[in-house]
Design a protein around this ligand. Structure first.
Ligand code: ADP
Ligand code: MG
Ligand code: ZN
Length: 702
């Protein structure tokens, strides 16, 4: 069996200090050696480890005659007296200054709370700003600094330390020294510690914390079922945003038999084999085969996040869901700290799954929409974190996106997000299964005829939109049916008529007032007319103002050359995006709230044109501009780039405005037809719109 340690070989008692010594012998040796050779050393570890690690290192070096100054802000009697009212930070800074003047006398300066020198956003406090330069000027001083992984440390402090140690959790082969005989008895009836089984649940917990968790285990000795004890440990390891999901892959996720089968075969079964591995070598072998990450891709609402949670449930893993757009918007201000913390917390709570929802929002392939410098540095940071996983800890990264092709290829290489599963809109069989789940959960009591009709109905577009039914839509419809049954106190089986009534009710509630409808119709007609006069815009397939998800939309056919974007196409896209807003302004002299998304997409494209396509050639030279944290562009260049982006936007806004002004009558008739019909498809549009000759810029280059 895997790492089976007979009970009598386990320690009877363990102090926290003995546990730290047992857990981190290699790390302690390296820190000691670095200080011995005069190299300032930074230790990144959780705060509760700091005093014990310090003691371990001090005990070793004391024997060799080295002594220490522990600067935690308390007075040190043998040093010059403090001025009254200095406070913690004042005291630390005072002693550092004294040390620079020679008071330290070859003693190692210990800074257990480096975070006291920093502000919450990772800058230096004013006191620190005075003293840090002095430290740089005195390279003969030797420091031992400690930082908690959840605090950002400014580069100027970090760079003081040529050596760094990062401690997170405990290594697997040390676990046997950290469990007492008494505790082992609470975990299984084997009269031996099943080390690997336990390790899976606590790999991210530091030695001091692990001791505390184990010593508080309750329950009988030699239980026949180890799960309650494991659950006690597991709950205690959860930190931050992490939760233990409870989604059953079979019972809670409907349909998608093929996806489930591949998920089981390629990932879950491999991990189960790892759990059952008989020896370290086999286990390491399997660990090398487990991908670090995977992608679920497909349209919104099809259950990608749900699948990730089901996966976590079957692994006993905690989950944290990170919204890509949110992360990106935080990125600019807080640098890579946010992303780093997501990974640190997940590792501390391992086994864990990090879900990056809408991964494409910051990790798009170069040369398509929206690739910008910020994203480039986020992708790099993401890859750095993934490469930093230890093999023995189980942290798995799941990305969701609409199109896997849209992702930065650097993410898709082996060892990263190498495994991809497509989750399309549900087919009839999938829909039947999903409906079955909600029929049961919501007690819909569907009649056979009602079920069949619902399966068929959900194969069409969601009322008033251009979207097919996703699992999410199906769930929403089922909930609406349940509410109707509650309202009308129905006890008979749900049949076709009930469902039809439900759908009619849903559509009704989405209805716009006549005035709103005019604004929305004008907006959409504006997009459409502008696109008609943009040479590379694809033909319109469908327009609608009857939406229940967005007020209105214009859907274009796919461009024939999707993968090759020319600058002309991107400029046309910006112009079309302005069409809605400009039409509103032209007709109402005012704009509704509805154009925010258009504007942000237009800005993204303009940014990509400048940063990735060098469209600001005359300002910064014809090259790709890297706007990332490692390679900071000067403020002057940044301002020039922003100006170039603003110029592109303004030029295309004006172009849209001119097209609309010249074709006001066309906008009006399209608007009126849209108000009358609510939905227009390609054939209805063909009769109304003049055929403006289009040229395909890619084809014409050949
Ligand atoms: P996505 O991540 O693909 O946008 P989600 O996983 O967030 O979709 O799905 C949203 C909700 O829709 C889920 O929480 C679930 O309630 C429902 N849902 C989606 N797909 C399914 C499915 N296959 N079976 C059951 N419920 C589903
Ligand atoms: Mg989702
Ligand atoms: Zn719009």
């Amino acid at each position: 069996m895997s790492l089976l340690v007979p009970e009598d070989q386990l320690p009877v008692e363990l102090t926290p200090f003995a546990a730290v010594e047992a857990a981190y012998p290699a790390e302690i040796a390296r820190i000691t050696e670095a200080l011995r050779s005069g190299l300032p050393t930074l230790v990144e570890c959780e705060k509760e480890l700091t005093p014990y690690l310090y003691k371990a290192v001090r005990d070793r070096l004391k024997k060799e005659g080295r002594s220490f100054l522990y600067l935690d802000g308390r007075p040190i009697p043998e040093l010059p007296p403090l001025q009254p009212g200095m406070g913690l930070v004042g005291t630390i800074v005072f002693y550092l200054r004294e040390a620079v003047r020679g008071v330290a006398n070859e003693r190692v300066l210990v800074l257990p709370h480096l975070d006291l020198l920093t502000t919450s956003v990772g800058g230096l406090t004013s006191e620190a700003r005075e003293v840090i330069p002095l430290l740089y000027e005195n390279p003969e001083l030797v420091f031992l600094g400690f930082k908690d992984p959840s605090f950002p440390l400014p580069k100027v402090i970090e760079n003081l330390f040529p050596r760094q140690e990062h401690l997170l959790g405990v290594p697997r082969d040390r676990l046997r020294f950290l469990v007492t005989q008494r505790e082992s008895r609470k975990l299984s009836n084997a009269r031996a510690l099943k080390g690997y089984q336990l390790y899976k649940h606590v790999s991210g917990v530091n030695a001091v914390r692990l001791r505390r968790l184990l010593s508080t285990l309750t329950g009988e000795d030699y239980p026949s079922d180890p799960r309650p004890a494991e659950r006690q440990l597991r709950q205690a390891t959860l930190v931050g945003q992490l939760t233990l999901p409870d989604i059953d892959l079979e019972k809670d996720v409907g349909g998608y038999a093929k996806v489930k089968e591949r998920l089981s075969k390629e990932i879950l079964d491999v991990l189960a084999l790892k759990d059952a591995a008989a020896d370290e070598a086999t286990m390491k072998n399997i660990e090398g085969l487990i991908p670090r990450g995977m992608i679920f891709w497909g349209p919104p609402g099809t259950g990608k996040t749900l699948f990730a949670k089901a996966m976590a449930t079957s692994l006993g893993a905690a989950v944290t869901v990170v919204s890509g757009p949110e992360l990106k918007s935080k990125w600019v201000g807080e640098s890579e700290e946010n992303l780093r913390q997501v990974f640190t917390r997940a590792r501390q709570a391992a086994p864990a799954i990090i879900v990056f929802d809408e991964l494409d929002s910051f990790a798009t392939a170069r040369g398509t929409y929206q690739g910008s410098g910020v994203e480039h540095s986020m992708v790099n940071q993401l890859l750095t974190e993934m490469d930093g996983f230890r093999k023995d800890e189980l942290v798995f990264v799941v990305g969701t996106t609409n199109f896997v092709e849209s992702l930065d290829p650097a993410l898709l290489r082996p060892g990263r997000f190498e495994f991809h599963l497509h989750i399309p809109y549900p087919n009839a069989e999938d829909r039947r299964a999903i409906i079955g789940i909600y029929d049961r959960k919501l007690a819909l009591n569907l009649a056979p005829r009602g079920l069949e009709w619902l399966v068929k109905k959900t194969g069409e577009f969601v009322e008033g939109t251009g979207s097919l039914y996703s699992g999410d839509h199906i769930q929403a419809l089922c909930r609406a049916i349940a509410r109707l049954r509650l309202r009308e106190k129905l006890t008979t089986p749900t049949d076709v008529e009930d469902i039809e009534r439900t759908i009619a009710g849903m559509v009704d509630r989405m209805k716009l007032t006549p005035k709103e409808e005019r604004v929305v119709a004008t907006h959409e007609a504006g997009h459409a007319v502008v696109s008609l006069f943009c040479p590379t815009s694809a033909p319109i397939e469908r327009m609608s103002i009857q939406g229940d998800f967005t007020a209105g939309y214009v859907r274009h056919a796919e461009r024939t050359h999707q993968r090759v974007m020319t600058i002309g196409q991107l400029l046309d896209d910006v112009c079309v995006l302005f069409g809605g807003r400009e039409a509103e302004q032209l007709f109402f002299d005012d704009v509704s709230w509805g154009y925010g998304n258009d504007l942000s997409r237009a800005t993204d494209i303009a940014r990509a044109l400048v940063e990735d396509y060098g469209l600001a050639g005359e300002v910064v030279g014809m090259r790709r501009v890297e706007v990332s944290s490692e390679d900071p562009v000067s403020e002057v260049t940044k301002a020039a780039l922003d100006r170039a982006i603003a110029e592109i936007l303004e030029a295309q806004r004006k172009r849209a405005r001119d097209i609309l002004t010249a074709n006001k009558a066309l906008v009006t008739s399209l608007r009126d037809l849209l108000i009358e019909k609510k939905v227009l498809d390609a054939s209805a549009l063909a009769s109304l719109l003049p055929a403006v000759p289009k040229k395909d810029p890619v084809a014409s280059e050949r």
